[in-house]
Design a protein around this ligand. Structure first.
Ligand code: TAP
Length: 498
């Protein structure tokens, strides 16, 4: 417990601890503007529960303005018409500008999202530049095919940008999500109206500014901050948006799909929740397994859709692994995400904080054994101890529902067949992990699990070249990889007599 201190006392990064807030308005048609209503909302520092700044509150009418700008840029502007290599060049410049401002951008995500500053610098911000360079490099390689037709016909296909893209993203990875959606859409030649999560608007506005500096034409990338129920709903039901891409909860994903169907039948891609199983077999190296399990669950304070929140451990290794995991949890330093000694920052907001604590209470009431953690840390800020339950049963709420916080459920299994069956016993299918030295086990399990991503002897190993997305109620469509680019393209067939 001694380590679970909530100090807001980092001196070494004192200036970044309170980064300058340069952009707080909406970004529409290349300009920062107030919302039409003139209203603003508070954006909160989860370390202190205090207001960082006020941000313009966009509503349906602001979304409408942004869509008009994006529509005009798509129908008449240079972006979809310029060559792929020209678009790629601008995207490379955009990446360079992000690199030049990396510290400040990392600080914005850390202060706004309670994310570890060092990891923002090491992972989140580089993911933006990697995505821009990967898709920027692909922009001049978007080809159709030549068709071999019968009956005196010849033809070919064109892969054309889908049009105006509405992008609705969550708060757990503000930068990663922004570029996971924006980089392929830009490469394809689309124009974009993006709504960041209301909890984390700050870095998105900075990116809009850098996009303009890099040469992205006005109207191509618009950022409208606001609430999901107003600005988000206006995007999903807009008649002039050609596609919506969304990452967030399954509940909201369903609402977006309904709104898309009820308006102009726009295609949607949804990356939704998860309750991902991680299977540890008896032959695993215990230290390696403990590292993988611990990071799989507690990375980004458990606020990650692929969190390995259901850990199935084979009976021969169960007790040993349990002990190691508890040791690791007890050694975890919870506190200010700017402090380099800290491993886990605060949860995003009061709502999530209370939700997580209520799941912990559920776990206790349902009869799971609380091995460690379970409590709020400190007096101020949304800090929660890394929490591990053992003796969890598959039908307990903590084993079924996405908690989206630092709460791990440990379960024991005997055979591979049993583990596969129990791992698949979920409505979700986002990710899964296997730790074993046995190649046959790894192959059998990875092919038997119904999930969009399977990691063997690693976890949360993402790469821009690796498609990522869900099975079942974890959604459909893929982000990243060339599959991610295809989401922003559509195929036109052209046929002519020979
Ligand atoms: P969501 O409500 O799903 O938020 C995701 C995004 O959708 C935000 O930008 C949100 O706007 C927007 N949104 C909300 N209602 C909308 C609507 N009716 N139409 C269009 N857009 C709408 O997630 P949350 O409430 O922040 O978190 C709740 C739970 O969702 C979490 O506990 C977790 O289980 C899950 N979640 C999953 C993920 C991933 S990566 N799969 C990410 C975040 C949360 P606001 O800005 O107003 O919130």
């Amino acid at each position: 417990m001694a380590n679970h201190s909530n100090g807001n006392s980092n001196q070494s990064a004192a200036s970044l601890n309170t980064p300058p807030i340069k952009f707080t308005k909406l970004f529409i048609n290349g300009n920062f503007v107030d919302s039409i209503s003139g209203k603003t909302f508070d954006t909160i520092d989860p370390r202190t529960e205090e207001v960082i700044t006020k941000v313009s509150l966009g509503g349906a009418e602001d979304v409408d303005l942004a869509v008009k700008a994006a529509r005009h840029a798509f129908d008449h502007g240079p972006w979809p018409r310029m060559s792929g290599s020209e678009r790629g060049k601008i995207m490379m410049k955009f990446a360079d500008l992000i690199e030049e401002n990396a510290e400040e951008l990392a600080a914005l995500d850390a202060v706004n999202g309670g994310k570890l500053f060092t990891l923002c610098k090491l992972i989140d911000i580089p993911s933006a530049t990697k995505a821009l360079r990967y898709y920027g490099g692909a922009a001049d390689k978007i080809h159709g095919t030549v068709l071999k037709l019968s009956k005196g016909l010849q033809g070919y296909t064109l892969r054309e940008p889908i049009g105006v893209v509405g992008s609705i993203i969550p708060w757990n990875f503000p930068t990663v999500m922004f570029f996971m959606k924006t980089a392929p859409a830009l490469a394809a030649g689309c124009t974009i109206v993006l709504k960041p999560a209301e909890q984390t608007p700050l870095s998105a506005l900075y990116y809009a500014h850098l996009a303009k500096l890099a040469g992205v034409p006005d109207g191509v990338l618009n950022v409208v901050n606001g609430y999901g129920s107003t600005a988000g709903a206006a995007i999903s039901s807009h008649m002039d948006i050609d596609k919506v891409t969304f990452t967030g909860s399954t509940e909201v994903g369903r609402m977006i799909m309904t709104a898309a169907a009820a308006s102009n039948l726009k295609p949607v891609s949804l990356e939704l929740g998860g309750k991902s199983p991680l299977l540890i077999f008896d032959d695993a190296d215990i230290d390696q397994a403990a590292d993988i399990v611990f990071r799989g669950m507690f990375f980004n304070k458990g606020e990650i859709c692929v969190a390995s929140s259901r850990v199935y451990v084979q009976e021969g290794i169960y007790e040993k692994l349990k002990k190691k995991l508890v040791e690791k949890a007890k050694a975890t330093v919870v506190g200010d995400p700017f402090d380099p000694k800290v491993h886990q920052g605060p949860q995003i907001n009061k709502k999530q904080f209370e939700r997580i604590l209520s799941y912990i209470e559920h776990g206790k009431r349902e009869g799971a054994t609380l091995l460690t953690g379970g409590k709020h840390v400190g007096e101020k800020g949304y800090y929660i101890e890394p929490t591990i339950f053992s003796d969890v049963k598959d039908d307990m709420i903590i084993a079924k529902e996405e908690i989206f916080g630092p709460v791990m459920s440990l379960m024991k299994f005997k055979t591979m067949e049993e583990a596969i069956k129990r791992a698949n016993n979920t409505t979700y299918g986002l990710a899964a992990g296997i730790v074993t030295k046995n190649l046959n086990v790894a192959n059998t399990v990875s092919r038997s699990i119904r999930a969009g991503m399977v990691w063997i002897n690693c976890y949360t190993a993402f790469d821009v070249d690796c498609p990522y997305g869900g099975y079942k109620m974890s959604g459909f469509g893929r982000d990243y990889g060339l599959d991610g680019l295809n989401q922003y393209l559509q195929v036109k067939s052209v046929v002519t007599p020979i």
